[in-house]
Design a protein around this ligand. Structure first.
Ligand code: SAM
Length: 470
């Protein structure tokens, strides 16, 4: 929204009808579908057309004419610019309704799923400060707002915060983020202030220059705290001084880690982390289980809701003491160990070697001797030889990343034909695509959407399938 005269075409009085898969609103004008950013369903708006194709158009809200009944005032000062919590202006009940609809649309349109009992979406108890991990990016070219562009505004271009949507090189400097509890905000602000006071260079994402690259903060239900600093230059004197100061100012940090990343991209799960102080991991607790989580390991980010999710998985899996279970994409082995307490044995497979090492150690600490974990790319690991060597699964859990399962993985699952499959997904579109490949052999019994990420359009979905009787 803005008051300057736009260059692109404006269309007045458009009613926003619904939400599309990526969280944008849908409007229909003369039979054409418009994907509109910046509004909520029920808003009457003027829109600015940004892309006009033959079959669809993309636009953003230019002026709000009449607010939808589902609107709520956003509580974050960064709302609208930050890509983080785009649904803060939508009431939570409506968010849940739209997430359920998103899953239903994917199941019907992509998966052509016509069977299965639908269960109400499981709401997240916490709506703010629900994340246990945030990753911030340093930039010497932060995103400038209108106030920054005033002639007398201070010329400070350093930023530490989140990527502006669709702008890989622009970082929004964050004052306060409502996603992670204290002391996440204080730590980020301290690091930025220290870096500026000591003239440490912030990374330039285009030229790939500068020292400070990323900062990751991870807190846990067991009150542990990990800070991981990622630098792009090997400058031990500068980085050590920063880390020493940070540890002194925040004695509650139980694990302080450093990674040197000189690659062109920000991904660091394949890099080695050095422990500067404290332990090389943090401990998470769930029911009577403890999990150590290393700096590069995956752990569900909404810990409270992760427990709800795992309890649901355990309920659907219905493992018996004689069952042999496969847990695919097992991360630090959380689901494996949840189920190992009741199952005969569990085999976990996961890509990140450090996560597998954590899973093995976690099982040992939790005194579970009936688990085995393997590291490798699922499409390569999961084959007839693997099943011969590690036993045929009665029950299979799969929890792939957003891309879903590789077709070879789906084929391998169909080949090994477990009695029951529980498919956990953070992307209903790829889940529906995979279900379409499996539904001839498997009956879809239950569908359970779960909200892990309030104020975003993201939704988790858990599907229970059972082998059809031939
Ligand atoms: C959504 S997470 C699930 C983790 C775990 N089930 C949990 O709940 O904590 C997906 C996991 O898949 C792993 N992964 C991604 N691609 C993979 C691949 N090609 N082969 C094996 N694992 C993969 C990731 O490292 C990540 O740990």
């Amino acid at each position: 929204m803005g008051s300057r005269k736009p260059r692109n075409k404006v269309i007045e009085n458009v009613l926003l009808l619904d939400i599309a898969a990526e969280g944008k609103c849908i409007a229909r004008i003369d039979e054409k579908v418009f994907f509109v950013e910046g509004g909520v369903p029920g808003d009457l708006v003027d829109i600015l057309v940004e892309k006009d194709k033959k079959s669809y158009a993309e636009a953003r809200v230019y002026r709000l004419k009449k607010a939808s009944d589902f609107r709520e005032p956003a509580f974050c000062s960064h709302f609208g610019v930050c890509g983080g919590c785009k649904w803060q202006n939508l009431n939570y009940a409506k968010q849940l309704e739209l997430k359920t609809k998103q899953v239903k649309d994917a199941m019907e349109r992509i998966g052509k799923v016509t069977e299965g009992e639908w269960f109400p979406i499981l709401a997240s108890e916490k709506k703010t400060y629900y994340r246990n991990k945030l990753e911030f990016t340093f930039s010497d070219q932060r995103w400038l707002n209108e106030a920054d562009m005033a002639p007398d505004a201070p010329k400070d271009f350093n930023g530490l915060g989140f990527h502006i949507p669709k702008r890989f090189d622009k970082i929004l400097d964050i004052d306060h983020c409502y996603l992670q509890p204290d002391p996440s905000n204080q730590i980020r602000l301290w690091v930025k202030e220290y870096a500026e006071a000591n003239s440490l260079s912030f990374f330039n994402l285009k030229q790939q220059t500068g020292l400070l690259r990323n900062l990751l903060v991870r807190n846990t239900t067991a009150n542990e705290l990990m800070v991981l600093l990622i630098v792009a230059e090997d400058k031990p004197k500068e980085t050590n001084a920063l880390l020493e100061g940070l540890q002194k100012s925040f004695p509650q940090i139980t694990s302080l880690q450093l990674i040197l990343n000189q690659k062109r991209n920000d991904a660091f799960s394949d890099l080695k982390a050095d422990t500067f102080s404290g332990k090389p991991f943090v401990i998470e607790e769930m029911e009577d289980l403890k999990f150590r989580v290393g700096p590069t390991s995956f752990y569900q980010t909404n810990a409270g809701q992760a427990l709800v999710l795992y309890q649901l998985v355990a309920k659907l899996a219905q493992v018996r003491p004689t069952d042999h279970v496969y847990d695919l994409y097992s991360g630090t082995g959380t689901i494996s160990q949840f189920l190992a307490r009741k199952a005969g044995s569990v085999v976990g497979v996961e890509y990140v070697e450090a996560a597998v090492a954590d899973a093995v150690e976690n099982a040992k600490q939790n005194k579970l001797s009936n688990t085995k974990f393997f590291a490798g790319d699922m499409a390569k690991v999961l084959n007839a030889k693997f099943v011969r060597e590690n036993g045929h699964p009665d029950v299979l859990i799969t929890d792939p990343p957003r891309a879903g399962m590789h077709p070879d993985v789906v084929a391998a699952i169909l080949e090994m034909a477990p009695e029951r499959i529980v498919y956990v997904s953070c992307n209903p579109a790829t889940q529906a695509r995979d279900l379409a490949l499996m539904k001839e052999a498997y009956q879809i019994k239950e569908i359970h959407p779960v909200d892990m990420f309030p104020h975003t359009h993201h939704v988790e979905n858990v599907v229970l399938m059972e082998k059809r009787i031939a």
